[in-house]
Design a protein around this ligand. Structure first.
Ligand code: GLN
Length: 191
Protein backbone atom coordinates (compact mmCIF):
# COMPACT_ATOMS: atom_id res chain seq x y z
CA UNK A 1 0.00 0.00 0.00
CA UNK A 2 2.98 2.31 0.54
CA UNK A 3 3.68 2.35 -3.20
CA UNK A 4 0.22 3.52 -4.22
CA UNK A 5 -0.53 7.06 -5.41
CA UNK A 6 -4.17 8.16 -5.51
CA UNK A 7 -5.59 11.05 -7.52
CA UNK A 8 -8.58 12.75 -5.90
CA UNK A 9 -10.95 14.77 -8.07
CA UNK A 10 -10.92 18.17 -6.36
CA UNK A 11 -13.10 20.45 -8.47
CA UNK A 12 -15.97 20.59 -5.96
CA UNK A 13 -17.31 18.87 -2.87
CA UNK A 14 -15.86 16.81 -0.04
CA UNK A 15 -12.40 16.00 -1.43
CA UNK A 16 -10.53 17.27 1.66
CA UNK A 17 -12.06 14.51 3.79
CA UNK A 18 -10.65 11.88 1.42
CA UNK A 19 -7.26 13.58 1.64
CA UNK A 20 -7.39 13.33 5.46
CA UNK A 21 -8.34 9.66 5.27
CA UNK A 22 -5.50 8.81 2.88
CA UNK A 23 -3.14 10.88 5.00
CA UNK A 24 -4.15 8.83 8.05
CA UNK A 25 -3.43 5.68 6.07
CA UNK A 26 -0.06 7.02 4.95
CA UNK A 27 -1.03 6.81 1.27
CA UNK A 28 0.36 9.30 -1.25
CA UNK A 29 -2.28 11.39 -2.97
CA UNK A 30 -2.75 14.52 -5.03
CA UNK A 31 -5.59 16.72 -6.22
CA UNK A 32 -6.97 16.66 -9.73
CA UNK A 33 -8.12 20.18 -10.55
CA UNK A 34 -7.07 20.64 -14.14
CA UNK A 35 -6.03 18.65 -17.14
CA UNK A 36 -2.31 18.75 -16.48
CA UNK A 37 -2.87 17.03 -13.12
CA UNK A 38 -3.85 13.93 -15.09
CA UNK A 39 -0.26 13.66 -16.33
CA UNK A 40 0.89 12.62 -12.86
CA UNK A 41 1.28 8.88 -12.29
CA UNK A 42 -1.78 7.56 -10.54
CA UNK A 43 -2.68 4.04 -9.40
CA UNK A 44 -6.23 4.86 -8.36
CA UNK A 45 -8.83 7.59 -8.49
CA UNK A 46 -11.34 8.89 -5.94
CA UNK A 47 -14.49 10.75 -6.97
CA UNK A 48 -15.79 12.49 -3.83
CA UNK A 49 -19.22 13.56 -2.65
CA UNK A 50 -20.60 16.95 -3.50
CA UNK A 51 -23.10 17.94 -6.14
CA UNK A 52 -23.07 15.63 -9.12
CA UNK A 53 -24.65 18.18 -11.46
CA UNK A 54 -21.94 20.74 -10.63
CA UNK A 55 -19.13 18.20 -10.79
CA UNK A 56 -20.44 16.84 -14.09
CA UNK A 57 -20.51 20.34 -15.55
CA UNK A 58 -17.01 21.15 -14.28
CA UNK A 59 -15.62 17.92 -15.70
CA UNK A 60 -16.69 19.15 -19.13
CA UNK A 61 -15.65 22.76 -18.64
CA UNK A 62 -12.20 21.78 -17.42
CA UNK A 63 -11.88 19.24 -20.22
CA UNK A 64 -11.36 16.40 -17.76
CA UNK A 65 -14.39 14.33 -18.67
CA UNK A 66 -13.18 12.29 -21.64
CA UNK A 67 -9.76 11.49 -20.25
CA UNK A 68 -11.06 10.43 -16.85
CA UNK A 69 -13.72 8.28 -18.50
CA UNK A 70 -11.17 6.67 -20.80
CA UNK A 71 -8.73 6.00 -17.95
CA UNK A 72 -11.46 4.27 -15.93
CA UNK A 73 -12.54 2.20 -18.92
CA UNK A 74 -8.88 1.28 -19.42
CA UNK A 75 -8.82 -0.17 -15.89
CA UNK A 76 -7.89 2.62 -13.48
CA UNK A 77 -9.29 1.55 -10.08
CA UNK A 78 -11.89 4.04 -8.92
CA UNK A 79 -13.89 4.71 -5.77
CA UNK A 80 -16.91 7.01 -5.89
CA UNK A 81 -18.72 8.25 -2.80
CA UNK A 82 -22.21 9.74 -2.97
CA UNK A 83 -22.06 12.26 -5.86
CA UNK A 84 -19.05 10.23 -7.03
CA UNK A 85 -21.31 7.18 -7.22
CA UNK A 86 -23.74 9.18 -9.36
CA UNK A 87 -20.89 10.15 -11.72
CA UNK A 88 -19.98 6.48 -12.18
CA UNK A 89 -23.51 5.13 -12.75
CA UNK A 90 -24.53 3.99 -16.21
CA UNK A 91 -28.09 5.09 -15.50
CA UNK A 92 -29.21 8.06 -13.42
CA UNK A 93 -32.98 8.17 -12.88
CA UNK A 94 -34.51 11.30 -14.40
CA UNK A 95 -31.16 12.56 -15.69
CA UNK A 96 -28.62 11.62 -18.32
CA UNK A 97 -25.62 9.65 -17.11
CA UNK A 98 -22.22 11.21 -16.47
CA UNK A 99 -19.13 8.96 -16.77
CA UNK A 100 -21.40 5.92 -16.93
CA UNK A 101 -18.62 3.37 -16.45
CA UNK A 102 -20.39 1.23 -13.83
CA UNK A 103 -23.35 -1.04 -14.49
CA UNK A 104 -25.61 0.43 -11.86
CA UNK A 105 -28.77 2.51 -11.86
CA UNK A 106 -28.95 5.26 -9.27
CA UNK A 107 -31.63 7.52 -7.84
CA UNK A 108 -30.46 10.95 -6.69
CA UNK A 109 -31.62 12.57 -3.43
CA UNK A 110 -33.44 9.32 -2.96
CA UNK A 111 -34.38 9.54 0.70
CA UNK A 112 -36.55 12.62 0.39
CA UNK A 113 -36.45 15.66 2.62
CA UNK A 114 -37.10 14.04 5.98
CA UNK A 115 -34.36 11.48 5.66
CA UNK A 116 -32.04 13.68 3.63
CA UNK A 117 -29.18 13.06 6.02
CA UNK A 118 -28.89 10.27 8.54
CA UNK A 119 -26.47 7.88 10.15
CA UNK A 120 -26.56 4.12 10.44
CA UNK A 121 -24.23 1.16 10.88
CA UNK A 122 -24.58 -1.75 8.51
CA UNK A 123 -22.63 -4.68 7.24
CA UNK A 124 -20.27 -4.08 4.33
CA UNK A 125 -19.31 -7.30 2.60
CA UNK A 126 -15.68 -8.18 3.22
CA UNK A 127 -15.28 -5.51 5.92
CA UNK A 128 -17.99 -6.02 8.55
CA UNK A 129 -20.30 -3.49 10.20
CA UNK A 130 -19.21 0.05 9.30
CA UNK A 131 -20.46 3.54 10.18
CA UNK A 132 -22.47 5.03 7.32
CA UNK A 133 -23.15 8.78 7.29
CA UNK A 134 -25.62 9.69 4.52
CA UNK A 135 -25.83 13.29 3.28
CA UNK A 136 -28.63 14.02 0.77
CA UNK A 137 -27.72 10.64 -0.53
CA UNK A 138 -28.62 8.64 -3.58
CA UNK A 139 -29.15 4.90 -3.49
CA UNK A 140 -28.64 2.22 -6.08
CA UNK A 141 -31.90 0.98 -7.58
CA UNK A 142 -30.34 -1.72 -9.75
CA UNK A 143 -27.04 -3.54 -10.06
CA UNK A 144 -26.56 -4.95 -13.56
CA UNK A 145 -24.01 -7.03 -15.42
CA UNK A 146 -20.95 -7.97 -13.40
CA UNK A 147 -21.87 -5.73 -10.48
CA UNK A 148 -21.91 -7.07 -6.94
CA UNK A 149 -23.92 -5.68 -4.03
CA UNK A 150 -21.68 -4.96 -1.03
CA UNK A 151 -24.03 -3.21 1.40
CA UNK A 152 -27.65 -2.43 2.05
CA UNK A 153 -29.27 0.00 4.47
CA UNK A 154 -32.96 -0.07 5.17
CA UNK A 155 -33.45 -2.52 2.30
CA UNK A 156 -31.78 -0.21 -0.24
CA UNK A 157 -28.51 -0.96 -2.00
CA UNK A 158 -25.91 1.53 -0.79
CA UNK A 159 -22.63 0.04 -2.00
CA UNK A 160 -21.59 -1.97 -5.03
CA UNK A 161 -18.47 -3.19 -6.75
CA UNK A 162 -17.78 -4.06 -10.33
CA UNK A 163 -14.26 -5.41 -10.64
CA UNK A 164 -11.95 -2.46 -10.01
CA UNK A 165 -14.81 0.04 -9.56
CA UNK A 166 -16.31 0.68 -6.11
CA UNK A 167 -19.19 3.00 -5.34
CA UNK A 168 -21.16 3.87 -2.24
CA UNK A 169 -23.99 6.19 -1.34
CA UNK A 170 -22.62 7.07 2.09
CA UNK A 171 -19.47 8.92 3.18
CA UNK A 172 -16.77 6.70 4.70
CA UNK A 173 -14.40 9.69 4.53
CA UNK A 174 -16.34 11.61 7.19
CA UNK A 175 -16.86 8.70 9.58
CA UNK A 176 -13.26 8.49 10.82
CA UNK A 177 -13.30 4.77 10.01
CA UNK A 178 -10.49 3.93 7.62
CA UNK A 179 -11.58 0.42 6.65
CA UNK A 180 -13.49 1.20 3.44
CA UNK A 181 -10.54 3.09 1.97
CA UNK A 182 -8.31 0.27 3.16
CA UNK A 183 -10.59 -2.24 1.45
CA UNK A 184 -10.43 -0.22 -1.78
CA UNK A 185 -6.64 0.08 -1.69
CA UNK A 186 -5.98 -3.54 -0.72
CA UNK A 187 -8.64 -5.36 -2.74
CA UNK A 188 -9.05 -3.20 -5.83
CA UNK A 189 -5.70 -1.42 -6.20
CA UNK A 190 -2.81 -3.21 -4.52
CA UNK A 191 -1.97 -6.30 -6.55
N1 GLN B 1 -27.30 15.13 -3.57
C1 GLN B 1 -26.02 15.13 -4.20
C2 GLN B 1 -26.13 14.88 -5.71
O1 GLN B 1 -27.15 14.60 -6.19
C3 GLN B 1 -25.13 14.09 -3.59
C4 GLN B 1 -24.86 14.43 -2.15
C5 GLN B 1 -23.50 14.10 -1.66
O2 GLN B 1 -22.57 13.84 -2.41
N2 GLN B 1 -23.36 14.16 -0.36
O3 GLN B 1 -25.16 14.96 -6.39
Amino acid sequence: MDKITVGILAVQGAFAEHECTLHALGVRHFQIRQKRDLKRPMDALILPGGESTVMGKLLYELDLFEEIRRRILDGLPVMGTCAGLILLAREVEGHSAYLGTMDIRVKRNAYGRQLGSFYTEQDFKGVGPVPMPFIRAPYITKVMGQGEILAKADGKIVAARQGYQLAMAFHPEVSGDLRIHQYFLEKLVDK
